[in-house]
Design a binder for this molecule. Structure first.
Ligand code: ADP
Ligand code: MG
Length: 296
């Protein structure tokens, strides 16, 4: 390979919104046949909003939002920001949100801590189950309805009982479906990989044209998922944005980090897609292949 041609490819990449770690990275794009896509923040905007609150009988919607909002205020997760923002707004003129003690982030599951003397848990049903807190039939119904509508349902419990379900919605980026079409045209099979539940993941996948879905995957499991695909003989490119994607981006044959994502993801990736537009992933692969074509 002539270094000059590789460097020309690298420079052209920068113009097109693709930052390439080093010219040697281009070599890895040729054989990729599978592209794994993180959901939140990659296929979707990650700009989540709180769109509903359901409470168990006898519980107060305000209290659920106040305690959950206070706890989520300590987390950086897109879901947490949506809940904290909605709570901060609701209680802006009535004392604001209480402080949190002993805050703990349970990666890929949710958050827990003490708020106003209550032991509060917010996150997946599975996390509440670890505290022997189970959704009442009415909360389970609210969760199922939210998920059927393609929303993410977050459970809220405190002092030993599940008491509310929060609904958070995250829109698919307007360019994601077109990006998937372009990636398929380049011979790549898309796979959606997410920590979110199966129903929500399927709804998003259907909206953008992805058939293969790996859902409810914990952050550590994302690396394993990539390894499994590689063990099947597939050559894997991966696109991600989160701290929870960093290890999988490093494991992939080609790691593409969203420039709008976390530093951890950008550091782990081989390429950075400068804007938040997933079509840049196709641009990056097309450019790399063309550059290699001129070298051969
Ligand atoms: P993704 O793989 O789509 O980027 P994550 O692995 O970050 O998602 O999170 C997986 C799931 O864990 C979320 O869909 C949510 O149900 C739950 N979760 C994670 N962090 C939080 C949090 N701070 N608050 C509430 N729920 C959370
Ligand atoms: Mg993500």
């Amino acid at each position: 390979a002539t270094p000059t041609a590789l460097l020309v490819g690298t420079g052209r990449g920068a113009q097109l919104g693709v930052l390439i770690k080093g010219p040697e990275v281009l070599e890895n794009t040729r054989r990729a046949d599978t592209i794994v896509l993180d959901k939140t923040g990659t296929v979707t905007t990650g700009g989540m909003a709180l769109v509903g609150v359901s409470v168990a009988e006898g519980e107060s919607e305000d209290e659920a939002l106040r305690l959950a909002g206070a706890l989520e205020h300590a987390s950086e997760h897109p879901i947490a920001r949506a809940v904290a923002a909605a709570a901060a707004e609701r209680f802006e003129h009535s004392g604001g949100l209480p402080a949190v003690e002993g805050f703990e982030n349970v990666e890929g599951l949710g958050v827990q801590g003490v708020v106003d003397g209550h032991a509060v848990v917010v996150g997946r049903e599975k996390l509440l189950a670890e505290w022997a807190q189970h959704l009442t039939p009415e909360l389970a119904a609210a969760k199922a309805a939210a998920e059927a509508a393609g929303r993410t349902a977050i459970a809220v419990g405190w002092d030993g009982r599940a008491r509310a379900v929060l609904e958070v919605a995250d829109a698919v980026k307007p360019t994601s479906a077109e990006a998937i079409r372009e990636l398929r045209a380049l011979g790549l099979t898309p796979v959606l990989l997410t920590g979110d539940n199966e129903t929500v993941a399927r709804a998003v996948a259907a909206e953008v044209g992805i058939d293969e879905v790996l859902a409810e995957v914990l952050p550590v499991g994302k690396v394993e998922a990539v390894k499994r695909l590689q063990a099947e003989g597939r050559v894997v490119a991966m696109v991600g944005d989160g701290v929870n994607d960093a290890a999988a981006l490093a494991q992939a044959d080609l790691g593409l980090a969203m420039g709008t994502g976390t530093d951890a993801a950008i550091e782990a990736g081989d390429l950075t897609l400068v804007g938040g537009d997933l079509r840049t992933a196709a641009t990056a692969i097309r450019l790399s292949r063309r550059t290699l074509g001129t070298i051969k």
